[in-house]
Design a binder for this molecule. Structure first.
Ligand SMILES: *Cc1c(COP(=O)(O)O)cnc(C)c1O
Length: 519
């Protein structure tokens, strides 16, 4: 494939298989249309609007006046519409098909919630508006806080963190503040081996030393190893539950008791709350702080459509240390508490510039109210049922890493590919040719060549069966020695195998005429 000077393939649409190679004259193949960069189709001396020069115009800008062009590409409206429509058709999303990315909960976002978030009273307000004019929005934040505390069985919540990782930061800062308040600064945070990378990163970012706790053969935290590591230097333990192997930590109460007996605090990574809403309350499990990814559990777009939102719930041990700002009731209605009450205020301070992601709050509350608690519980049950259905339909051909039923996601490893010459990466790329976004690969790190599949509750049996047929077909082909099907995959994607390390380490985020001219 030919590349341009910036390393982008220039013949994206050639379809190549073992038997067949088709390169069209136009660059388009069938109805799959090639699309160059907007700079390559636009021209700098063209303008999309045709406004006449104003006669006798005198600029007030003086020396600040622009002397050259803006460098923006000029295109007519239909060209712009086509450009972005073509690009959007290159994108795979949950509205296109099954998106089995484990640990991410890529689920359907009901359109109702989108509509609610666009109501002018929520969508068009400004964070600096007088609080008396946004009482409804503050009321919504209060109601959402109520339901988050109700569903988790926890007495306090900070709504403002803007993603799961930011919620972790919020929780660990509250823990640090609580320990400092009792004159017991500690320096270590324990994380299980299977932890999401954000857990140790958060601990290190807050200045703690991170120690890793091994897992057991059944995919859960090794509680004996945890107990052995707990001493008076340990500030907190971060445990994900359900964990990243898709399993419920069935000794979670004992884990919590051991943590508290050592004078430490229990941070729970609640990114997988989607599996247990309405079934189990983290407050009953002994958790002290837990973030909830609204964008994984309570609809709201995820990824490119973002932004995320990661409210944190707190136990009695931490409830005085929640960050500002938060909504309080006063004689004049609702208002934000935005300032500390002097140096002795137990709150650890302000976490965000404004108040968090209002649009996400609206979507989450709309999701909760339209489902009701029975609907939320059923969503969790169906997510777990769907994952177990996939597991049961594939476990004769693929290797399930841990025995017994799983929660909302099922973990496979690459044992079944041994001796085939096909790797987890090849298998994932072949899924693209089958029309699926690959599952999560090589995470968690506790099994070899991990494949973490999460169907979510919103996939029908029809969709699951089609997905299972593809996975069975691929596993059978790999075992039958059809290696070519995998090693060059994806054969039918607009871009083939990219150098993902280069793309991550040296991303080319800017088009420059010089680089283009040098080509
Ligand atoms: C998604 C996820 C996170 C991080 O959440 P973001 O909103 O992406 O910052 C943390 N832990 C686990 C287990 C997750 O799945």
């Amino acid at each position: 494939m030919s590349m341009n000077s910036e390393g982008r393939p220039t013949t994206p649409n050639a379809v190549t298989t073992d038997e067949h190679k088709y390169e069209s004259f136009s660059g388009h193949v069938g109805l799959r249309l090639a699309e160059p960069l907007i700079f390559e189709i636009g021209s700098k001396d063209r303008t999309g609007v045709d406004v006449e020069e104003v006669e006798g115009f005198v600029s007030n800008l003086g020396a600040l006046e622009r002397t050259g062009g803006t460098g923006c590409p000029g295109l007519a409206e239909p060209d712009v519409v086509r450009h972005y429509t073509r690009l959007s058709r290159r994108n795979y999303g949950i509205d296109m098909g099954v998106f089995p990315l484990g640990s991410c909960t890529m689920k359907h976002n009901p359109r109702l919630n989108e509509k609610m978030a666009r109501l002018p009273g929520f969508g068009d307000i400004h964070p600096l508006q007088p609080q008396s004019t946004v009482q409804g929005a503050l009321g919504l934040m209060e109601e959402l806080s109520h339901w988050l505390m109700e569903l988790t069985g926890m007495p306090a919540v900070a709504l403002s963190p803007k993603a799961g990782a930011h919620g972790e930061l919020c929780g660990i800062m509250a823990i640090r503040k609580a320990l400092e308040a009792r004159g017991d600064a500690r320096e270590v945070i324990l994380c299980p081996e299977s932890a999401h990378g954000t857990n140790p990163a958060t601990a290190a970012f807050c200045g703690y030393k991170v120690k890793s706790i091994p897992g057991k053969a059944n995919g859960r935290v090794d509680i004996e190893a945890l107990k052995a590591a707990l001493d008076d230097t340990v500030a907190a333990v971060m445990v994900t539950n359900p964990n990243t192997c898709g399993l419920f930590e069935d000794e979670v109460r004992e884990i919590a008791d051991a943590i508290h007996a050592a004078g430490a605090l229990f941070y729970c990574d609640g990114a997988n709350f989607n599996a247990i809403v309405g079934k189990a309350r983290p407050g009953d499990l002994g958790v002290d702080a837990m973030h909830i990814n609204l964008h994984k559990t309570f609809s709201t777009p995820h990824g490119g459509g973002g932004p995320g939102s990661g409210p944190v719930v707190f136990s009695d041990r931490l409830k005085d240390h929640v960050p500002l700002p938060y909504v309080v009731k006063t004689a004049d209605g609702l208002s934000f508490k935005e300032h500390l009450d002097g140096d002795n205020d137990p709150s650890f301070g302000r976490l965000v510039a404004f108040h968090g992601q209002m649009g996400m709050y609206v979507r989450a509350l709309s999701y909760m109210l339209s489902h009701g608690v029975d609907g939320c519980r059923q969503a969790s049950e169906d997510a777990v049922l769907n994952a177990n259905y996939i597991k049961a339909c594939l476990d004769d051909l693929m290797t399930v890493s841990f025995e017994g039923p799983c929660m909302h996601e099922v973990l496979f490893d690459d044992e079944f590919l041994k001796g085939t010459g096909v790797t987890t990466l090849d298998f994932a790329k072949a899924m693209i040719d089958e029309g699926y976004h690959p599952m999560t690969m090589y995470f968690p790190l506790v099994v070899h060549g991990a494949m973490l599949v999460e169907p979510t509750e919103s996939e029908s049996k029809y969709n699951l069966d089609q997905f299972i047929r593809s996975m069975r077909g691929l596993a059978t082909a790999a075992k039958a020695g059809e290696t070519n099907r995998f090693i060059g995959a994806p054969y039918f994607a607009p871009w083939k195998r990219l150098d993902e390390t280069q793309a991550a380490r040296n991303p080319v985020l800017r088009w420059s005429p010089e680089a283009e001219a040098a080509e």
